[in-house]
Design a protein around this ligand. Structure first.
Ligand code: ADP
Ligand code: ADP
Length: 239
């Protein structure tokens, strides 16, 4: 089934530059979709529509829809609360960006935003999210250390745990491994494959091998348009 889909999505940056031109694209449930294309083609712009990141900057305009299933919520509708959207659709960025807080409080962040302060509940959720991000064993004895003391790869897994803590239905990854070494990269790729068992993933990458390795579907954008979309095996074996 389709978990979410953009329908005829257009996006204009402040000043009028049209960065997305009528993008219609599905995200299949519990699959990984890779979004590829040359620098500047609109990949990040597209990703940021899904969690209403653009709302943080005045002057941007967009039209079209992003529909989530099965409830048919249009993520881009005016009445929809961006904070709620970010709980359901969470983002992992290129550079690990933990908050200047403890490991524990980084993961607890989304729960705090929701008003959850019951220690037992937060403890359990923090542990579950860190396990989900394959980080628990490495940090369980230092949960109150500052996040900045972790290695780059650990920090990225912490950011994944932070994203997982609110039980998102969709996770967005914006070039999640381009700041990481090969071993950390392999860890994150494996983690994405595991996360696919319980949620839907959209990953922007400029690394074609990575797209071929991890994704089920591949979308190719060029100058703000969706040029190709299909099964990853088909896209990469085409002559
Ligand atoms: P990609 O992620 O594929 O590298 P982007 O989505 O970042 O591409 O950019 C798409 C287009 O929008 C590019 O032409 C870029 O220069 C432009 N752009 C990106 N961010 C902004 C911005 N904040 N203001 C104006 N134009 C922008
Ligand atoms: P950089 O130049 O390193 O990309 P900026 O400080 O310009 O970073 O912006 C930080 C991030 O916020 C960038 O990834 C950029 O694409 C995004 N951003 C900046 N301005 C806008 C905007 N008007 N709308 C949407 N995203 C924006």
């Amino acid at each position: 089934p389709i978990k979410a889909e953009s329908r005829d999505l257009n996006f204009y940056y402040n000043g009028g530059h049209k960065a997305l031109k009528g993008i219609t694209m599905p995200l299949y449930e519990k699959k990984i979709t890779a979004l590829i294309g040359p620098s500047g083609c609109g990949k990040s712009t597209f990703l940021r529509c899904f969690n209403r990141m653009h709302d943080l900057y005045p002057g941007n305009r967009y039209d079209g829809q992003i529909i989530m299933h099965p409830d048919n919520t249009n993520v881009l509708a005016n009445g929809v609360d961006p904070i709620e959207v970010r709980m359901r659709i969470s983002m992992v960025f290129q550079k690990p960006n933990p908050f200047p807080k403890s490991i524990y409080e980084n993961v607890a962040y989304g729960l705090r935003v929701r008003g959850e302060n019951n220690k037992r509940v937060v403890d359990d959720k923090v542990e579950e999210a860190l396990k989900g991000a394959a980080l628990w064993d490495e940090v369980k004895n230092r949960l109150h250390d500052l996040a900045f003391n972790l290695s780059g790869g650990q920090q990225q897994r912490l950011c994944i745990a932070r994203a997982l803590a609110t039980d998102p239905e969709i996770m967005l990854f914006d070039e999640p491994t381009s700041a990481l070494d090969p071993i950390a990269t392999a860890n994150i790729e494996e983690l994405m494959s595991e996360l696919r068992n319980k949620l839907t993933i959209l990953v922007v990458t400029h690394n074609m091998q990575q797209a071929a390795r991890v994704s089920d579907y591949t979308a190719y954008m060029y100058l703000g348009e969706l040029i190709e979309y299909g099964d990853t095996d088909m896209i990469f074996t085409r002559p």
